[in-house]
Ligand binder design. Structure first.
Ligand SMILES: Cc1cc2nc3c(=O)[nH]c(=O)nc-3n(C[C@H](O)[C@H](O)[C@H](O)COP(=O)(O)O)c2cc1C
Length: 165
């Protein structure tokens, strides 16, 4: 194994490549603007934190236009994508004006959009936020959740994957 340096022109790429060795699922984090419009983005920084109290974590880039809306919202939902939902991941990672156009969704606490066909969904209260370098880190209380027996969409090495049987 080669020791990597925290400098040099290709440092960001080498760091990303190393981080990409950690396989994750894919989620879409959704909420509503104060005007009631549904918004959401694709997120793979989601993870569990605590069982008692029930807490989860994810981080949001400071560069995104939706940062202020997520920072200020009271509730949001984490939608864990299933293996047949690559299109949803791409849609919510895009800069589309209305990412919910033509999308059939349900409504949770505080009106948060809940996507259909997911492996699991967590409805959260936006409780604690921390500055984390170029991201804002959310640690939030889970108010309710549901789960379906579906295979998850997996992200590894910068590509979408499926679980082997
Ligand atoms: C697989 C994948 C994972 C992502 N994870 C995150 C993440 O954890 N945090 C984040 O801020 N952006 C993440 N992004 C990028 C956002 O989804 C992307 O910047 C999106 O355009 C943001 O939506 P907005 O432009 O409507 O604000 C991810 C993108 C992909 C494809």
């Amino acid at each position: 194994m080669t020791q990597q340096q925290f400098s040099g022109v290709d440092f960001p790429r080498r760091f990303r490549n190393a981080l990409g060795m950690f396989a994750t699922g894919i989620t879409v984090v959704t909420t509503r603007t104060p005007a009631g419009e549904p918004i959401g983005l694709t997120v793979n920084s989601f993870n569990s934190v605590s069982l008692d109290p029930p807490l989860i974590v994810w981080s949001l880039s400071n560069d995104l236009p939706s940062r202020g809306l997520f920072e200020a919202c009271e509730y949001y939902a984490i939608n864990v994508l299933a293996e047949d939902q690559v299109e949803l991941s791409q849609r919510f990672a895009s800069r589309l004006d209305d990412k919910f156009a033509g999308l059939d969704f349900e409504t949770g606490v505080g009106g948060v959009p809940l996507l259909k066909g997911c492996c699991a969904r967590f409805e959260c209260r936006n409780t604690q936020r921390y500055e984390g370098g170029d991201h804002l880190v959310f640690i939030s209380e889970v108010l309710s959740f549901d789960r379906e027996e579906r295979k998850p969409l997996v992200y590894f090495g910068g590509a979408y994957r499926r679980l082997a049987d």
